[in-house]
Design a protein around this ligand. Structure first.
Ligand SMILES: *Cc1c(COP(=O)(O)O)cnc(C)c1O
Length: 437
């Protein structure tokens, strides 16, 4: 995909994505540092009794770093700009962001509709944690028909991921928004694989909130953990009792900022899943090169997907092969072209006949459970990320004992190709030896 193609992602008149990524959050004035400084500070001073009372009332400045810290705030402004949102709360992990998002619109008795190709931790929240609070969830196929059929009168949230894991399927965000809104629910999108608005901006397609594991492409170097929850503009809370009941209601007192206010209140103030300033600094710095990394990683991923699709040691079983939304053979390619700009993402999955000898033979590519690192990483989902799910659920999610998930880094593509080729051949040789014996 060309750079031009990416440019349509952004409205005219505002600065381009790449410019905002290096500029937002940095003051411009005599003596200001050219970058975001680390405020390694837990508490902020008041001069008068009135200062303290006012800050505790309004929370517009700084008092105590569980609530807000200038380094974290600068990161939040940057993420808000890159996602085209209204406000962001940065939290300690992606998991904290998803939990806060779900809890910000649901309470006991409420219901969530989620699509089945979910990150394992999100499935864990829906299946194990939220039921403890009386919130139930239906997990359904990643199609508008299935989502529509699962909606209930008490459904408050529809939840999906931009690019599903590991099936590489694409959420039809605009359709999900229409279904959710027609029934008074909101749409939340885990946009981690959409690269903080670089590949996809769900808010522009009707989503009401987006979350990120900033641990992945935002931090970008496998060195820091974080999460974010960004709320869009124009969401309708008028059919959401937790916002409308009481006099005055939260909606009365907070207006358009009610949802963002509650998310910060829950995630940071009350639950204390606050992001550390050092981590905020590393993530903000990572965002400055995200566009460069993810465009390169996406191009390499497409090259490797084509290479693997043609390799004799890949995908010999029925219905198996390479799953990558950039491949024209992918059943999700049309939706990928509709929702992704600037590339089709850095993750691909493929099936190998002999996973153990293949993985053991890799020399450049490393085996580790992370995504969005500068280094190419693989995992065997059947025994790791999806290992605790029932077998039938693993198959339903597109995971088989032969599936390999790969997050492509910024290495020389030729080195990755050679490494995959020699490891696939080692796997084949092991299989032949086994047959001979
Ligand atoms: C990693 C990941 C998460 C969780 O993020 P953490 O930072 O590990 O808590 C959530 N969603 C997706 C899609 C992820 O890849």
């Amino acid at each position: 995909m060309s750079a031009d193609n990416h440019a349509d992602n952004h409205s005219e008149g505002t600065l381009g994505y790449e410019t905002q990524a290096v500029q937002v959050g940095i003051p411009r004035g005599l003596g200001d540092g050219v970058g975001i400084p680390i405020h390694q500070i837990a508490a902020f001073q008041f001069e008068t009794l009135e200062d303290g009372a006012s800050e505790f009332q309004l929370n517009t400045g700084y008092s105590y770093a569980r609530l807000q810290n200038p380094t974290v705030k600068a990161l939040e402004e940057r993420v808000t700009a890159l996602e085209g949102g209204a406000a962001t709360v940065a939290l300690s992990t992606g998991q904290a962001a998803s939990f806060t998002a779900m809890l910000s619109v649901c309470r006991s008795g409420d219901h969530i509709v989620a699509t089945s190709s979910l990150f394992g931790g999100s499935a864990g929240l829906l299946n194990n944690i939220l039921p403890l609070m009386g919130i139930t969830a239906s997990t359904v196929a990643n199609t508008p028909e299935a989502v529509r059929a699962a909606m209930q009168p008490n459904t408050r949230l529809v939840w999906a991921e931009t690019i599903g894991n590991p099936a590489a399927d694409i959420a039809d965000i605009a359709s999900y928004a229409e279904i959710a809104h027609s029934q008074g629910a909101l749409l939340g999108i885990d946009n981690t694989w959409g690269g903080v608005g670089y590949l996809c901006r769900p808010l522009e397609h009707g989503a009401d909130m987006v979350t990120h594991s900033l641990t992945k492409w935002a931090g970008g170097h496998g060195s820091v953990m974080g999460g974010s929850l960004t709320v869009g503009t124009g969401h309708d809370l008028s059919r959401s009792p937790i916002y409308t009941e009481g006099t005055p209601s939260i909606l009365d007192t907070r207006g358009d900022s009610a949802l963002g206010w509650r998310q910060r209140w829950f995630g940071a103030h009350q639950l204390g899943m606050t992001l550390a300033p050092n981590s905020a600094f590393l993530i903000a710095q990572g965002l400055e090169t995200l566009s460069l990394r993810l465009s390169r990683e996406s191009a390499t991923a497409l090259e490797l997907a084509n290479f693997l699709e043609a390799h004799t040691a890949v995908g010999t079983g029925a219905g198996s092969g390479v799953a990558y939304p950039g491949l024209e053979s992918s059943p999700h390619h049309a939706l990928a072209v509709k929702y992704l700009k600037g590339g089709f993402g850095a993750v691909l999955t493929f099936e190998v006949n002999e996973p153990a000898p293949f993985l053991a033979a890799l020399k450049v590519i490393r085996m580790a459970p992370n995504l969005g690192d500068t280094r190419t990483l693989v995992v065997h989902p059947w025994t790791t990320t999806h290992g605790r799910m029932p077998e039938s659920a693993r198959y339903a999610a597109g995971v088989t004992p032969r599936t390999i998930r790969m997050s492509v880094g910024v290495e020389a593509p030729e080195d990755l190709k050679r490494d995959l080729d020699q490891a696939l051949k080692a796997g084949q040789a092991a299989a032949q030896t086994a047959v001979l014996i």
